[in-house]
Design a protein around this ligand. Structure first.
Ligand code: SDX
Length: 392
């Protein structure tokens, strides 16, 4: 190519890859994982089954699911040496910083199985990542509050096991609410994949260089952290707390429209959905249900509902097709489950790991893949001669 290329800020109209994993119709509000509508998966499936579906392309038969669950269960432990990494962090380190570092360090533990050309090694990395992510995530949380880490209890199911590692206190039996486990499982399903979003595209770009899966996923984690992407769930809660009461909503909406003010309505807008985010619909409904079932009366929900109502009838938001996205209500649910605000994006990362690694594998299985290498429009100085420092 001799330099004829398209200028497309933020890749608004550039397909970077072909993919058979997830389909989105942004105008109709449709989201399919491997052809299955998100609404059906949310109602009938569970996160681990969805992870199998994303990875393998088909829903598992009973024996296939049992074998998959068994494999996952056998890889939930974190290497004892990995725990030493946490000791190096200051106690108030952001859990996303610890998560990204810990996941990147997995490549130092499993370098015998890092042949990206070997399908068996690729599969093993996928199993390890999906299995270990909740263990590492819970360790990030417990380290931040100075609690000892918990070993994964392999007699529990995926989400229960995670809740146990997060919240179990020595000598006190943990009473796990089935409502909490169900809600978390559903949030994990809804967050599991979303085609070529910024973090998945990052995983693919890093993966295109031949980098190992742990390094590629660690890059995805750092991309997810930003408030315009997965960090929005944390930002939404902070925003709702800042607004405080429903009577302050009007001022917040006014500020969000002001181009001289950097304030934006977090949890609003989406690059692809220009009608509604089907995940937000499901989460909104679930939010009311979970709060009622757990007996939580959170005044932030009133602020959120008022904000949604005000924005949806405001000309600015209507004209720009800005609707609540997946992260608008998820934070309120996480909060009701007792998950601290700084952990919200970590929760997103646990779920998205299934999508990231499915894309990384698809990339390596696709013949003709090549290194990602965007071009640029140069805006710098023309050619000029070097001057000795005394002559500048
Ligand atoms: C996720 O891509 C994915 O699939 C991501 C995701 C996934 O599952 O992987 O769905 C997860 O990242 C959800 C998005 C979470 N982010 C937020 O909630 C942060 C707030 N939203 C925005 O920053 C923004 O809407 C984005 C990042 C989500 C989308 O950005 P775009 O597509 O680049 O849109 P844009 O910034 O060009 O906005 C278009 C217009 C602009 O106004 P004008 O210049 O045309 O006058 O809408 C305005 C923007 O200023 N706008 C907002 C707004 N979002 C866009 N104005 C006020 N508040 C907002 N939230």
């Amino acid at each position: 190519d001799t330099g004829h290329f398209t200028y497309d800020v933020g890749y608004g109209s550039t397909a970077s890859t072909k993919s058979a994993i997830t389909y989105i119709d942004g105008d109709q509000g449709v989201l399919l994982y491997r052809g299955y509508p998100i609404e059906q998966l949310a109602e009938k499936s569970n996160f681990l089954e969805v992870a199998y579906l994303l990875l393998n392309g088909e829903l598992p038969k009973q024996d296939e699911f049992a074998a998959f669950e068994n494999q996952i269960t056998h890889h939930t432990m974190m290497h004892e040496s990995l725990k030493n990494f946490f000791q190096g962090f200051h106690h108030d380190a952001h859990p996303m910083a610890m998560l990204a570092a810990a996941v990147a360090s997995l490549s130092a533990f499993y370098h015998d199985d890092l042949d990206v050309e070997d399908p068996a090694d690729r599969k093993l990395a996928a199993i390890r990542l999906i299995a270990k992510m909740p263990t590492i995530a819970a360790a990030c949380y417990r380290y931040s509050i100075g609690w000892p880490f918990r070993y994964p209890r392999n007699n529990l199911e995926y989400v229960d096991r995670f809740l146990h590692m997060m919240f179990e206190v020595p000598s006190e039996p943990l009473t796990m609410s089935p409502v909490a486990a169900k809600a978390l499982d559903l949030l994990f399903i809804l967050h599991a994949d979303h085609e070529q979003n910024a973090s998945t595209s990052t995983v693919r770009l890093v993966g295109s260089t031949g980098a190992n899966p742990y390094a590629s996923i660690a890059a995805g984690i750092t991309a997810l952290w930003g408030p315009a992407h997965g960090g929005a769930n944390e930002a939404v809660l902070k925003m709702l707390e800042e607004i405080g009461t429903p009577d302050k909503v009007e001022t917040a909406v006014k500020r969000a429209k002001d181009k001289n003010d950097s304030f934006r309505l977090m949890g609003f807008g989406h690059r692809v959905y220009k009608n509604f985010d089907p995940r937000a619909k499901i989460i909104r409904e679930m939010c009311h249900k979970v709060l009622a079932e757990l007996g939580v009366n959170d005044p932030l929900l009133d602020v959120a509902m008022k904000l949604e109502e005000a924005a949806l009838k405001d000309e600015y938001f209507v004209e720009r097709k800005l609707y609540p996205n997946v992260d608008f209500y998820s934070g309120i649910i996480y909060k009701a489950l007792g998950i601290p605000t700084e952990m919200f994006t970590v929760m997103f990362a646990i779920a998205r790991t299934a999508g990231w690694i499915s894309h990384w594998i698809e990339q390596h299985e696709t013949p003709g893949s090549r290194i990602g290498r965007p071009r640029q429009i140069y805006t710098g100085a023309g050619v000029r001669d070097y001057l000795a420092s005394g002559n500048r």
